[in-house]
Design a protein around this ligand. Structure first.
Ligand SMILES: Nc1ncnc2c1ncn2[C@@H]1O[C@H](COP(=O)(O)OP(=O)(O)OP(=O)(O)O)[C@@H](O)[C@H]1O
Ligand SMILES: [Mg+2]
Length: 263
């Protein structure tokens, strides 16, 4: 399969956040995020866990530039316009009146991706995400949920983003589809040397996919930043779940998460 030569290699630091503070209130009396600092390297997958409402999605929106912080800085590989970011949500954002192909053509229309590059990347991505070319003439409503989410991911990747933000992207899928899509996503990031920040409620998913797991607490700061490493050489999200170290990571992360959830 053609892999990394299709994509330019991102520089080492993909995302740096320093002293980030944000509040939805004008007087900033209750900050959702308070003095958050973090950096993510190219080729690295970071998962963010925390109680519902602790500010995970807010943080992705700030990184994407959809909202402005009160204080602090976000540097994305010197990309001030934030053009190199792909944002993937729990539900696909496909336009139902357009065919799959027309949905995927957005990268040419908005992102000005040259046709030849778009075509080659499209074929590579369809193959990576195990989709047949036959779906290109179909409408999103004619696809299964898992297929729609794959198309949605491909739609973002065709813009050639260096940093991917994912907000519970696999949570609406059945377990088998989820495992498979996790594997495809993991291999894509590692083969093409992208960076990804993944928000999830699923500890197993976080361990299976991540190089680091960040746990946010309820007062807007980082409770823990845990490295997830395995001696086992084959790191695919399916087989790694059966490795003894997986259980050790699970126990540590769950203990820390349980502590913040019960605060
Ligand atoms: N547009 C908004 N205006 C005011 N408050 C908001 C707004 N969006 C979110 N909030 C509040 O900010 C806090 C963080 O919300 P956010 O959506 O970031 O949480 P989350 O960690 O992503 O939660 P979940 O796990 O349920 O998706 C919550 O208390 C929420 O009520
Ligand atoms: Mg959220």
């Amino acid at each position: 399969m053609v892999t990394s030569n299709l994509y330019f290699r991102a520089p080492k630091k993909a995302l740096t956040i320093s002293g980030l503070k944000f509040s939805y209130q004008k007087d900033a009396s209750l900050p959702v995020l308070n003095d958050i600092s973090l950096s993510v390297r190219a080729g690295e997958i970071i998962s963010v866990l925390g109680k519902s409402g602790c500010g995970k999605s807010t943080r992705l929106n700030l990184i994407a530039g959809l909202m402005k912080p009160i204080a602090g800085e976000i540097s994305i590989n010197h990309d001030k316009s934030r053009c190199n970011i792909g944002y993937i949500f729990q539900e696909d954002a496909l336009m139902p009146w357009r065919t799959v192909k027309a949905n995927l053509a957005l990268a040419q229309e908005i992102g000005k991706v040259p046709h030849q590059q778009w075509q080659v990347s499209l074929m590579d991505l369809l193959s990576r995400f195990h989709l047949s070319e036959n779906i290109l003439e179909m409408y999103p409503t004619q696809l299964s949920g898992g297929m729609r989410q794959r198309v949605s991911i491909i739609q973002s990747l065709l813009f050639n983003p260096q940093l991917l933000l994912l907000d519970e992207p696999f949570s609406a899928l059945d377990f088998c589809t989820k495992l498979r899509l996790e594997g495809e996503f993991y291999r894509f990031i590692k083969d093409t040397y992208r960076a990804a920040v993944l928000v999830t409620h699923d500890i197993e998913e976080a361990i299976a996919l991540s190089d680091r797991v960040i746990i946010l607490n309820n007062n807007g700061t980082i409770e823990a930043d845990i490295s997830v490493t395995f001696d086992y050489c084959q790191r695919d999200p399916e087989s790694i779940r059966g490795v003894a170290e997986f259980g050790e990571h699970y126990r540590l992360i769950w203990a820390k998460l349980k502590a913040v959830i019960s605060q």
